[in-house]
Design a protein around this ligand. Structure first.
Ligand SMILES: [Zn+2]
Length: 192
């Protein structure tokens, strides 16, 4: 007798589109895009679609301004070098900015998943902060380590997610890691 039905690609999609990892990846990508000098609603809407938002994404300049304010708060959590600091920063955000936890399926359109914003139609800035805090909170719960970090390259302001169980990560991307390695090689040769 089988109690567990085999997982088909479509049911995987149904259950993982809203997974913690997917939301965390979206959080990091949005924090980085919103930290640009002047992120446009078009660029942010495109990023939201890349990360699973469906239908028309209607963002105004004031929505983007609110999302930018949320990104500043979330960046502090990524900057925390110790899990205790990340946890207390998140606790402060949860206390000051967010509602009580509830489950929603968006009227049956999505799998049931938790929300911390006040309503399914909450403003974009509130939704971004709430969904990001939820994901970062679960990552801390799950791994007992800081959920992410800031790129160690002095010419980069990106955040990244802590991944796997190997060596601690220092750069947001292979591109930054390579650039820094080349630069340090040049410096050591010049010093000789
Ligand atoms: Zn970087």
């Amino acid at each position: 007798m089988r109690y567990i039905r085999p997982v088909t690609p479509s049911s995987t999609e149904w259950s993982t589109r809203h997974s913690v990892q997917a939301v965390a990846r979206r959080t990091a990508a949005l924090v980085n895009a919103l930290s640009d000098e002047e992120p446009t609603p078009g660029v942010i809407a495109e990023l939201l679609r890349e990360h699973g938002e469906v239908g028309s994404v209607d963002l105004s300049p004031s929505d983007v301004a609110e999302m930018r304010a949320a990104a500043v708060l979330l960046r502090e959590v990524f900057a925390a070098a110790h899990v205790d600091v990340a946890a207390s920063l998140l606790n402060r955000l949860l206390r000051q900015s967010l509602g009580t936890v509830r489950l929603t399926s968006h009227g049956g359109l999505t799998p049931w998943h938790p929300h911390l914003d006040s309503d399914d139609d909450a403003p974009w800035g509130e939704w971004f902060l709430a969904s990001s805090c939820m994901a970062l909170m679960v990552l801390i719960w799950d791994h007992q380590r800081p959920p992410g970090g800031l790129c160690a390259s002095s010419s980069c302001r990106n955040v990244y997610l802590t991944q796997g169980s190997g060596l601690p990560r220092r750069y947001c991307s292979r591109r930054c890691a390579t650039r820094e390695r080349v630069a340090s090689h040049r410096r050591s040769r010049a010093a000789r």
